[in-house]
Ligand binder design. Structure first.
Ligand code: 5GP
Length: 201
């Protein structure tokens, strides 16, 4: 069975990654969301094992020591890490998987021996990013300011991705994400067996 495709989605906090992805998942089959481990406390409505694996500092440390995390970063005073077994299982089952991670972790994964497709989701302007962050009432003013500063830094990383999607219109952004994933699935190199079957080779 062909291995799944690893998609990495980055973009500043407030770019709308979560909202866009929810809609992408409704439109596409055979796609999994990589559930990360974090020491951040759950926000209202977040579910253990669905949004994150919520860990204490000690638990996170032990995951690190056991080599269970593919990469990890510290951001906004919390730690986040990609769970290696989660990704490997999906890919080995032939499922495509999306890692929604920030740019530093994404850069670490880029340098690993994984074939991957890198997508950057961005707001259309810094003004839009400020608007989106201020519309979030889940964080304090200090957190929003820090996220804006880091968001501007992250935007500069966009050059280094395979695809860019500007989220000035959610419907269009979702269509573009679906189109990218679909096109990647149709690449000849990922469909050699199909061609052989057609040719009965
Ligand atoms: P939030 O606290 O808003 O859920 O996430 C904060 C940031 O951490 C987001 O940019 C998100 O993409 C990123 N993030 C979530 N999980 C991981 C992970 O496993 N690794 C890395 N490097 N970043 C992550």
């Amino acid at each position: 069975m062909a291995k799944g495709i690893l998609f990495v989605l980055s973009g500043p906090s407030g770019a709308g990654k979560g909202t866009a992805l929810k809609k992408v998942f409704k439109k596409l089959d055979n796609l999994e969301y990589s559930v990360s481990a974090t020491t951040r406390k759950p926000r209202k409505g977040e579910i253990e094992g669905k949004n994150y694996f919520f860990k204490t500092d000690e638990e996170f440390n032990s995951m690190l020591q056991n080599g269970e995390l593919l990469e990890h970063v510290e951001k906004y005073g919390n730690r986040y890490g990609t769970v290696k077994s989660f990704i490997e299982e999906a890919l080995n089952k032939g499922k495509d998987i999306i890692l929604e991670i920030e740019t530093v972790g994404a850069e670490k994964i880029k340098n690993m021996d994984f074939e991957q497709v890198r997508i950057f989701l961005t707001p259309s302007s810094i003004a839009d990013l400020i608007y989106r962050l201020s519309a979030r009432n889940t964080e304090t003013e200090d957190w929003r300011a820090e996220r804006l500063r880091l968001g501007k830094e992250e935007l500069k990383c966009a050059y280094d991705y395979d695809y860019i999607v500007v989220n000035d219109d959610l419907h269009k952004a979702v269509e573009e994400l679906v189109a990218i994933i679909t096109a990647e699935r149709c690449r000849v190199k990922r469909n050699l067996q199909k061609i052989k079957n057609i040719l009965q080779e």
